[in-house]
Design a protein around this ligand. Sequence first.
Ligand code: PHE
Length: 339
Amino acid sequence: MSITDQIQKVRSEFSSDLEKLSSDNSVLDKIRIKYLGRKGLVSALFVHMGTVSNEERPKMGQALNALKKDIESEIDAAISSSSDSKNQKLLDVDYTLPGDPINRGSIHPLTLVMEEIKSIFNRLGFSIAYGPEIDSDFYNFEALNIPKHHPARDMQDTFYITDNILLRTHTSDTQIHFMENNNPPVRIIAPGRVYRNEDVSVRSYCLFHQIEGLYVDKKVTFAELKGTLDYFARELFGQNVKTRFRPSYFPFTEPSAEMDVSCIFCKGGGCGICKKTGWLEILGCGMVDPEVYKSVDYDPQKWSGFAFGMGIERMAMLKYGVQDIRLFYSGDVRFLRQF
Ligand code: PHE
């Protein structure tokens, strides 16, 4: 086949390649390499230059260069028209249409209340301590003066992992962990999750949150306990709230009490939420029982103090008027967005 015929053949092959191709630039690049690459079809033709006669060589050179130029410019044109078509697609977008919604999260109401309670006690000089959620019988019961078979164990239905390991039923375990590792004076609050094997209902859930408080120093009095918790209640629920202390029983405090606040819904007048009493129970407290000091090697002659514990869910339900505890765990954004 003469060189002229070969040039013709390459031209027509190129035309049909170009016709078939999509507007895809990567395909165009492949075509460029096929014809103009170092081992491409056009370069291969240049090799023949050596085989033609001296008279024919300039004509041949011109013909080959023309072929090369034509292919180059056609590929360039194809590339620019294909990007034109992409630009056209961009112009087709309707920028006046509403955008996709961005769903923002919110801070969980339990976190909000927890943070607020922490900050109230921080202002009173309490620091924060954490204890394990999976704990041993010793820390959850024994060291808190609740020996095996003590009826107080029935107050809290426990999830046991083994005979000795359990999910803590209250944050009071952290009192023991902290006193074991620190010398008095102690001024801590211990927030965290606790577990109880109770039927799930509007008022109780198998897990919930508590904040424990522990204050140990020399000559601490019940008046200090009352003053601290009264200040706390007024900071959290408003300055007009009244408190009262009713005698109660906990194995790890003596004497023990429960603190009520005047009903924040009816202002003490009596309503459905306070069961017409005008009062809402919010926490348990008392002076640390000397038996507890013994299990952590504190001298009960030298040290005294008070402890208290409250449920965060209950606080949040009262503060925000939430009627069903299960809502906190539902993950329902319609509920969560309201805080
Ligand atoms: N741990 C008790 C409970 O869960 C609350 C409490 C804590 C009472 C500290 C007195 C002192 O019910």
